[in-house]
Write a protein that binds this ligand. Structure first.
Ligand SMILES: [Zn+2]
Length: 270
């Protein structure tokens, strides 16, 4: 069954009430709110980034949220992974977060997958989404998500946080990609993870809030202020910088997505 069958076509009275502070906004209206309701978003990682961005999207009214994460909750996660409590230790992050989202907003559909995102399942999970939010904690997954989003022409908003610093960027089907910005051969083996390097409680929450905010702009208003831009947030000085990046003509991911999508085009019926 199509999950959309569970959703009414328009906002009902309870939803109008729940989202009234958004609908009243100048620059946001019922149309924007309905676009959120019909959106499918995949969130990669239910850690420090995913906990916050998933909660904000659920509260704001994104109609279908899918979570993927294979980890269980450890005591050192509780300092920043705001969906979890000491009672959840040992449980799967994706499952506990999904339950919380459903409790927060009964009008949305939440699915979760307890598994790693790998080359065998990534395309299947990404290709039917409207938007991907990446909040994973390692370069291998980040490159994999980037490549699949380019190949399947699905927009991606990616956030990361380490120590006192965070990064955020957006790419879409025609833009430069993560690998144009950080060539894989130079960065894949860096192995920097917040699990190993320390992170202040607030840093991932700040970055995930910005990521969720951008997702609402994109889904509701079709705005992409960080497309091909890298936002750098420094939590020590509280300064942020936004750098533009461009397509690297040598980027293998962009070249591969071009050839895949030109094949698709060539095989369209005349
Ligand atoms: Zn690229």
């Amino acid at each position: 069954m199509n999950d959309q069958d569970n959703l009414d076509l328009e906002l009902n009275d309870a939803e109008m009430h729940l989202y009234s502070r958004q609908i009243l906004l100048d620059g946001w209206d019922v149309d924007a709110q309905e676009k959120l309701k019909f959106a499918n978003v995949l969130i990669v990682g239910a850690g420090g980034i995913g906990c916050t961005s998933a909660e904000l999207l659920a509260r704001a009214g994104v109609g279908k949220i899918t979570l993927i994460d294979s980890d269980t909750i450890e005591i050192s996660n509780l300092q920043r992974q705001i969906a979890f409590t000491p009672n959840d230790l040992g449980c799967f992050k994706a499952e506990v977060l999904a339950k919380r989202l459903t409790q927060l907003n009964p009008h949305i559909v939440v699915e979760y997958i307890v598994n790693k995102l790998v080359s065998e399942n990534v395309d299947e999970l990404i290709q039917h989404q409207d938007l991907i939010l990446d909040g994973c904690d390692n370069f291998t997954t980040r490159y994999l998500v980037n490549a699949s989003c380019k190949k399947n022409q699905i927009p991606l908003i990616s956030a990361s946080a380490i120590g006192f610093q965070g990064q955020l960027f957006m790419i879409d089907s025609d833009s430069a990609c993560y690998e144009c910005l950080f060539p894989k051969d130079q960065f894949e083996n860096e192995g920097m993870r917040c699990a190993e390097s320390g992170v202040l409680a607030t840093t991932p929450v700040v970055m995930a809030s910005l990521q969720a905010h951008h997702a609402l702009l994109y889904l509701g208003l079709d705005r992409s202020p960080l497309r091909e831009k890298l936002l750098l947030w420094d939590g020590m000085s509280m300064k942020q910088r936004i750098l533009h990046f461009e397509k690297d003509t040598n980027c293998s991911t962009c070249q591969a997505s071009l050839s895949v999508n030109s094949v698709k085009f060539d095989t369209l019926p005349q």
